[in-house]
Structure formats: structure tokens, C-alpha cells
Design a protein around this ligand. Structure first.
Ligand SMILES: *Cc1c(COP(=O)(O)O)cnc(C)c1O
Length: 371
């Protein structure tokens, strides 16, 4: 699905040298690389504050802690997402309220979101799934109307741009009260281990976020809040600084592959290519199609037999996971989410796909569809 070795080989000289430099500097934690990376990413995204942390799951947790959400507060998010989004809500004693997604964009269904709001609802977490922004214009409007905090899970969508009706173009993760991302190796901006970050334009919130990520202290040994220990290390920051310099071309490489797939499959009735939201660019963390009247298992097995990897993100929705089942969902319509779990399949997507590889993948998919 991903080829991190070929990507590394292209920047090897630079990376190897930089890693040695960091090792020799002995500033492994909170060194200058971390500070420079934060500043560079903040400039790249056009957001005031980038607070690095240990991973994308921590980023979500720290964001929710900094917003002062209290046990019992309800937090609405999509049932069709990676578990980390929901996990931290539960971990903090908040109540996750899962809702339906749009069957075309795979993102939070705004009507379902609004219908799920109660007196206890305090926040919403739109996930920009697969690399395309959720319907932020509407989500922000509804959230404002009900005085809810907005935490964007941008783990899959770094560098995606959302354009509002008034023409404002804003990067994923920089539209809500706070945004979070992950630098897990296979993410669009990935390091060589774990990493994450929290984004905000709110100065006060930035202080809180920094404090919580650092044991609740701003001044050493003065703990004003209960915090956590969540740091990005200098080696990862050094790698990320180099890769940030290539993020534009990485995004373009993903978009090229996606356009190739789109064109190749446009007349196939056995599958539906991913729909583009006119307001959001798509950075294709995943290229995810929907099967249409064909056997997905059979397709996956056929592709595997031809050495074409494919993955199902995600086979089971969160509302059907044992840890998150709740009677409240008995009366909720999850038909789109349930159908997606049965029909989606993701094809290889990464920055180093050659036209020869794309041609091969496409030919095998077509061979299966027209068997
Ligand atoms: C990867 C991911 C996370 C978690 O990131 P980690 O760095 O693995 O903790 C959270 N949300 C979504 C949507 C993700 O894809």
C-alpha cells in the first residue's frame, strides 16, 4: 500500500546527514529542531500555533483536555472513522455520540450531527477522512448556533485546503477551535516513528495545550493543570522538517495517482470512484472506491493473487465495536455507514507510484471487473 523505502531513498543524503547531526548535538528532546519544525509547519499551514506532541491520538486527547471538556459532556463524531478519534473521548470520561456519515464524501453528515445535539453536547469532532475536508462551512455554522467546540481530526488530511463560500481558503485542521494531526510513518507527512501535533489560532488555548502536553506546567515544577507527557523528539522533528519541504510534491504525486485511477475507472459500473467535494481539495491519504454489485472479498483475493495490495478502511463501524456499543444507537440510522463498511476498498496510494505500477494495478482491477 505504501513504499516508504523509495521515498526515503530520494532524500537519503539529506536525512542521513541531519540524523547524525542531531545525534551528535545530544539535544534529543525539545531541541532546536522541534522549535524550527513547529514554526515552519505553522507558516506552511497559515495557523498561529503548532504544538507538537507524541502522536495523533495524544493530540486529540490534549486538545479535548485543553478545551476544558468535563466528564459527562457529550462529544459528537462520525461512526465511520479510525478508532483513535472515539477512544480519547471515552478515555476522558466524555460521552462519545456517534453519528452517520455522508455516503458520497465519507465525512460527517451535517443533518445527523445537528439531530444528535442535546443539552449535554459540548463539542464535535469532524474527521477529514481519507484526505478530504468534511463539510466545515455547515459544521461550523451548526456548532456556533449551539455553542459547541470544534476539534478537527486532520490526521489524514494535512495540506488539504477548504474554500469557504466567501472565498477564504483555509488548511485542514486550522478552521475549528483546534485541529490535530498525526505524523505516523504512513500518513501524508510521516516521520520515522511516532509524532503528532495540535493546531490553533487561539493564543490562550495554545498556552493551555502547551502546558497540558508538558505535565501541566509552563514554569518547571509549577503544575497548574493535570497534564500528560507527550513530546515530539528531535530526530522526528528533523526528519519532518526535511519532508515538509517536499510535502507539496508528495501531495501532487498522490493527486496524480488518484486522477489516473479516476480516468481508468470512469466507465466501470462495478465500482464507484471517490467523489470530490467542490469546497475541498483532496490530498488522498487513501484512494477509496465503493464496490457496486460485485463481491468485495473476491476482488481483494483476486488482487492479492496478482500482487496488488488493497485494504478495507474500515470494516466495522465504531457503533458496532464492543467497546463503544450503546443503546442510544438502536434508534439511529447508520445505513450509509454500515453500507460503506461493506463496500469500500482502498487501492495502493503513496508518493512513489510510477505510471507502470498504476497501469498494472488498473489492469488487474479491470481484469477482475470484466471476468
Ligand atoms: C492515524 C489517525 C489517528 C491517530 O494517529 P496516531 O499518530 O496513530 O496516534 C487519529 N485519527 C485518524 C483519523 C487517523 O487516521
Amino acid at each position: 500500500m505504501v513504499n516508504l523505502v523509495s521515498q526515503y531513498e530520494k532524500i537519503q543524503t539529506e536525512v542521513d546527514q541531519k540524523i547524525l547531526e542531531v545525534v551528535r548535538s545530544s539535544q534529543y528532546i525539545n531541541g532546536p529542531e522541534v522549535k524550527s519544525f513547529s514554526e515552519e509547519l505553522s507558516r506552511f499551514l497559515g495557523v498561529k500555533h503548532v504544538i507538537p506532541c507524541a502522536n495523533g491520538t495524544d493530540a486529540l486527547q490534549i486538545a479535548m483536555m485543553a478545551l476544558g471538556l468535563k466528564p459527562g459532556d457529550e462529544v459528537i463524531t462520525a461512526s465511520f472513522t479510525y478508532i483513535a478519534t472515539v477512544e480519547v473521548i471515552g478515555l476522558l470520561g466524555l460521552v462519545p455520540v456517534l453519528v452517520e456519515v455522508d455516503s458520497e464524501t465519507f465525512n460527517l453528515d451535517v443533518n445527523a450531527f445537528e439531530a444528535a445535539i442535546t443539552e449535554k453536547t459540548k463539542a464535535v469532532v469532524p474527521v477529514h477522512l481519507y484526505g478530504q475536508c468534511a463539510n466545515m462551512e455547515e459544521i461550523l455554522r451548526v456548532a456556533k448556533k449551539h455553542d459547541l467546540k470544534v476539534i478537527e481530526d486532520a490526521a489524514q488530511a494535512i495540506d488539504a485546503t477548504y474554500t469557504f463560500s466567501n472565498g477564504d481558503a483555509v488548511k485542514a485542521g486550522c478552521m475549528g477551535d483546534v485541529g490535530t494531526t498525526s505524523f505516523f510513518p504512513s500518513k501524508n507527512l510521516g516521520c520515522y516513528g511516532d509524532g503528532g501535533a495540535v493546531f490553533t489560532n487561539n493564543d490562550e488555548l495554545a498556552i493551555s495545550i502547551r502546558q497540558i502536553a508538558n505535565h501541566g506546567q509552563t514554569v518547571r515544577y509549577h503544575h497548574e493543570n493535570i497534564g500528560v507527557n507527550s513530546r515530539l523528539d528531535s530526530l522526528q522533528a528533523a526528519v519532518l522538517r526535511i519532508k515538509l519541504g517536499h510535502l507539496k510534491e508528495y501531495t501532487e504525486a498522490r493527486q496524480f495517482a488518484a486522477a489516473y485511477y479516476d480516468e481508468a475507472f470512469k466507465n466501470e459500473t462495478g465500482l464507484l470512484t471517490p467523489k470530490r467535494d467542490a469546497k475541498s481539495s483532496h490530498v488522498f491519504h487513501q484512494y477509496t472506491i465503493k464496490t457496486n454489485g460485485i463481491d468485495r472479498n473476491e476482488m481483494q483475493n483476486f488482487l492479492a493473487s496478482k500482487n496488488v495490495p488493497s485494504m478495507i478502511y474500515y470494516p466495522i463501524p465504531v457503533h458496532k465495536q464492543k467497546a463503544y456499543m450503546d443503546e442510544r444507537y438502536d434508534a439511529v440510522d447508520f445505513s450509509s455507514t454500515d453500507a460503506l463498511c461493506e463496500n469500500v476498498i482502498s487501492l495502493p496510494m503513496q508518493t512513489e507510484l510510477s505510471e507502470i505500477q498504476l497501469e498494472y494495478i488498473v489492469s488487474k482491477v479491470k481484469e477482475f471487473l470484466n471476468k
